[in-house]
Design a protein around this ligand. Sequence first.
Ligand code: HEC
Length: 112
Amino acid sequence: MEQIIGRMATATIFIFLAALAFPSGLRAQNDAAKTFKTNCTLCHGEDGSANTPTGKALKARDLRSDEVQKQTDAQLAAIITKGSGKMPAFGSKFSPDMIKSLVAYIRQLPKK
Ligand code: HEC
């Protein structure tokens, strides 16, 4: 029994250290990817194409398209924060930092 607890404690410490060692920039990107997946894909699709039943019904644009990508980071961040048309506002749900990470995530969608 003591051995099992010891092993569990070692595993916990190991996971903790691994999380700390992870470069924080990369972690922010991963968080953005996760956040996008859980909050945005319903309408925008995993790849940002909006090729989903909801995306089509609401006429969301392809996030990879020039029309979207030519907008500035500040413009995209404002749309995510305040919403636009049928796009819900996320300003009360996410920190400005997370919204910045989401914009960065949208920026790299065309490169996928
Ligand atoms: C309920 C469906 C829905 C959800 C959920 C949603 N969006 Fe949108 N989004 C839209 C629609 C519809 C538009 C087009 C808005 C318009 O016509 O002005 C849009 C527009 C945008 C735009 C501007 C692109 C353009 O058309 O110029 C960005 C950026 C964006 N969404 C990001 C996000 C992010 C990031 C999330 C998740 C945090 C998200 N959206 C969640 C429906 C949604």
